[in-house]
Design a protein around this ligand. Structure first.
Ligand code: ZN
Length: 128
């Protein structure tokens, strides 16, 4: 019987200098990435404030908004998971592609927002 430790052996066994098939990973990584992280972490010069696991964006075009000046596309509201390398858990990052000002929600805050939105959607559709 094989005992799994939860440690991604590929993530921890990459040589310090890397190889063409397995580029070197940043030395600040102390373990494997969370399963949702899409970063390769091969940029070894990332500043401490920017060291984070980052998930892919989910994007929703805001079709009832005015298009940004000079744009032929609506503003996109985007959400993704991010977790600083010293943070205890992930946060949800909300940002639109016009202002590009990120807003971070704890997972509990994001859950409360989802519950509120779900309630408002039901009310708006006359279901509640
Ligand atoms: Zn990562």
């Amino acid at each position: 019987m094989t005992h799994r430790t939860g440690v991604d052996e590929d993530a921890t066994s990459t040589p310090q200098n890397g190889t063409p098939d397995h580029p070197a990973r940043a030395p600040w990584l102390t373990g494997p990435c969370p399963p949702w992280c899409r970063e390769q972490h091969t940029d070894l010069s990332v500043a401490p404030a920017d060291r984070a696991h980052v998930g892919p964006y989910a994007s929703v075009p805001l079709t009832s908004e005015n298009y940004p000046k000079g744009s032929k596309a609506p503003i996109d509201l985007m959400a993704r998971l991010e977790q600083g390398y010293r943070e205890a858990e992930a946060r949800v990052c909300l940002v639109d592609n016009e202002t590009e000002t990120p807003r971070f929600l704890t997972l509990d805050e994001a859950e409360r927002l989802v519950e509120t939105l779900t309630q408002q959607i039901r009310q708006g559709r006359g279901e509640a």
